[in-house]
Write a protein that binds this ligand. Sequence first.
Ligand SMILES: [Zn+2]
Length: 105
Amino acid sequence: MFKIKKGDIVQVMKGKDSGKRGRVLNILASGERRRALVEGLNLVKKHKRQGRQDEKGGIISIEAPIDTANLMLFCKNCQRPGRVGFSILKDRTKVRFCKGCKEPI
Ligand SMILES: [Zn+2]
């Protein structure tokens, strides 16, 4: 089980978008490394090739993956990024909780 997953609200802790928040659109995993695409963050400009005649070519901004090591899960309860812990319920399902307020995330 991972601390950060798709649909989470995360805060960037390092880099040019440090301090900004966004929603995880997707997780990209390769080996040990996990990176996340976060909505509206770590944007890079890409040249779009001209397609059909009615389609304009040009420069578009797309999200580049951010290493999950540089992200923290944002706790709505604490209104700040929270450290994530795991606990196991009676029915053996594993849940994440915020170490700050002890609320499940
Ligand atoms: Zn919290």
